[in-house]
Design a protein around this ligand. Structure first.
Ligand code: MG
Length: 221
């Protein structure tokens, strides 16, 4: 069972579902040549995809085009179903920074054939995540700056206020379909600037001034 740690404590939270939102920033949807969604685009990663600060991201043999996507991650505090927008933040334990690592070539092929994104998004090591910052330590989760650097150079830098569907809307929508449970994670989508990483690259993902992770990339071939 994978777990996440609450920052500056020894408390571990077992991770359940990893729910991910696609195309939640207009400029990222545009760079993917995708339409702006009318409702959240949802997919899942298995909890086995999780890795932590300092761990290695492995590119599986089936891909030659691994992309980084830095994202704000919402950690769920308690069980809920059909949660209304106005109650949504009662269900948030805290926040983390994560990377939704994506096999872009595998995903492009899946999109073309109308097949699921499971392999492109859910492979082992596809979800590096930081420790969890408790919600009461974050003034406004929509006023955070996300940054992704590769080998020290900034590739993505944007603020969470550009999310198309905000956190309360996401929780309302997701919980109308899936029961949310303590330890579920929601990857809330990536801003523009996604690009390829290769063997030997060092990735840094951060919520500016709050928390940061470092992961190196290794190719399996
Ligand atoms: Mg993503």
């Amino acid at each position: 069972m994978k777990q996440v740690k609450i920052k500056n404590t020894n408390e571990l939270i077992s991770v359940g579902k990893i729910l991910c939102i696609g195309r939640n920033y207009i400029e990222h949807a545009a760079e993917m040549k995708s339409e702006i969604p009318q409702k959240p685009v949802l997919f899942l990663k298995p909890s086995t995809a999780l890795i932590y600060n300092g761990d290695i991201i492995h590119i599986p043999k089936i891909s030659h085009n691994l992309h980084h996507e830095v994202e704000l991650v919402v950690v769920i505090a308690k069980e809920g179903k059909n949660i209304s927008k106005k109650d949504a933040y009662e269900y948030v334990l805290g926040y983390a920074v994560g990377l939704d690592m994506t096999l872009r070539d595998v995903q492009d092929e899946a999109k073309k054939k109308g097949l699921p994104w499971t392999i492109a998004k859910g492979f082992d090591t596809s979800a590096p995540i930081s420790d969890v910052i408790l919600a009461d330590q974050i003034d406004d989760p929509h006023q955070l700056e996300l940054v992704c650097k590769v080998n020290g150079k900034i590739r993505q830098q944007d603020t969470t206020n550009k999310m198309i569907f905000k956190i309360d809307q996401l929780i309302e929508y997701i919980s109308s379909i899936f029961t949310l449970e303590r330890g579920d994670l929601i990857f809330t989508g990536t801003p523009a600037g996604v690009a390829q990483v290769v063997d030997g690259d060092i990735l840094e993902a951060e919520i500016s001034g709050i928390i940061k992770i470092n992961n190196s990339v290794k190719s399996s071939y």
